[in-house]
Design a protein around this ligand. Structure first.
Ligand code: KPL
Length: 294
């Protein structure tokens, strides 16, 4: 097994999979792999902490694997897909945020099993430790049944099911509201549950719903709002990945999340003024945090 991307979630997946099958963690460079070579501290959802040692490789040294799981940030999709495509004999599965299916396939190479699933597993980095927040649930396309079994054995409950199509869109819908809004308002996820902000959340859902629903199965707007509310309540104290990226002046996933929605809107002749405004604000904020001129 190869896990490409040694971020918080990549480390959790690699640590868990290594308990049931030989697993390599693949970093973007040999230097980055060397930094991680000493292992890391993993805090389990129960609060138990352990020192984990998973072999970490740069892209050129990593051994071939049956499956590769891609868990990188959106802007690193192509580089990770090329590495994963070169390593995996059976297939490449991305569980990253945002919508990257077409980009993954184009970069990983023709004639391979390459697709994107969806996961609600959550992890974060905190004071040098990797904190596994929730095992969540993971959905994979049916052709990835053997990989779903390994993940479940590893303590990451997973199902290979046609339902993945709905779960992928639903996850994108959650990220479309939570990530840019928490980044722009600079609040933890739970901040969006404030009664004065809820009408904005609702407006964003209503505006995007027809565009997303044209792409596949999606719950109705009220059900979707209920799901967003549950995610916000379950992660109330957490900083969304986009808020964290903006604050640190790192590249964000705004292109893979809102950028994709706006492109779908343009293709279908639908304006999305609220999402467009958030898109512009996130891009501007990142520059402000980096100290760059707007
Ligand atoms: O996926 C997330 C993220 O931060 O990227 C959510 C679900 C919003 C949790 O923070």
């Amino acid at each position: 097994m190869a896990v490409v991307g040694p971020g918080a979630l990549g480390r959790v997946f690699a640590a868990r999979l290594a308990a049931v099958v030989p697993t390599a963690l693949v970093a973007r460079s040999r230097e980055r792999a060397a930094e991680l070579g000493e292992g890391f501290e993993l805090v389990h959802p129960s609060g138990r902490s352990e020192r984990v040692r998973v072999p970490v490789f740069g892209p050129e040294e990593a051994p071939p694997a049956r499956w590769a799981v891609v868990l990188v940030k959106g802007p690193d999709t192509e580089a990770a897909a090329r590495v994963a495509g070169g390593l995996a004999r059976e297939g490449v599965l991305s569980l990253q945020n945002g919508w990257v299916r077409e980009r993954l396939r184009a970069a990983a190479g023709e004639g391979r099993l390459v697709d994107q699933g969806a996961t609600t597993a959550a992890a974060m980095r905190e004071a040098g430790r990797t904190v596994w927040v929730a095992a969540g649930e993971t959905w994979l396309p049916p052709a990835f049944a053997a990989l779903a079994e390994r993940l479940t054995e590893a303590g990451l409950p997973a199902a290979a099911t046609p339902e993945v199509a709905a779960r992928r869109l639903e996850k994108l819908a959650v990220n479309l509201v939570v990530n840019p809004l928490t980044a722009v308002l600079d609040v933890p996820n739970g901040g969006l549950l404030e009664p004065e902000l809820w009408p904005t959340v609702r407006d964003l859902v209503l505006e995007m719903h027809p565009v997303l629903a044209a792409r596949g199965p999606l719950p109705d707007p009220e059900t979707l709002l209920g799901r967003i509310r549950r995610v916000l309540a379950a992660t109330a104290a957490n900083t969304s990945s986009m808020r964290a990226d903006v604050r640190a002046g790192r590249p964000t996933e705004i292109e893979e999340i809102t950028g994709v929605l706006l492109a779908w809107g343009r293709a279908g002749g639908r304006a999305l003024p609220r999402h467009e405004a958030l898109y512009r604000m996130v891009r501007a904020l990142k520059q402000v945090h980096r100290g760059e001129p707007l």
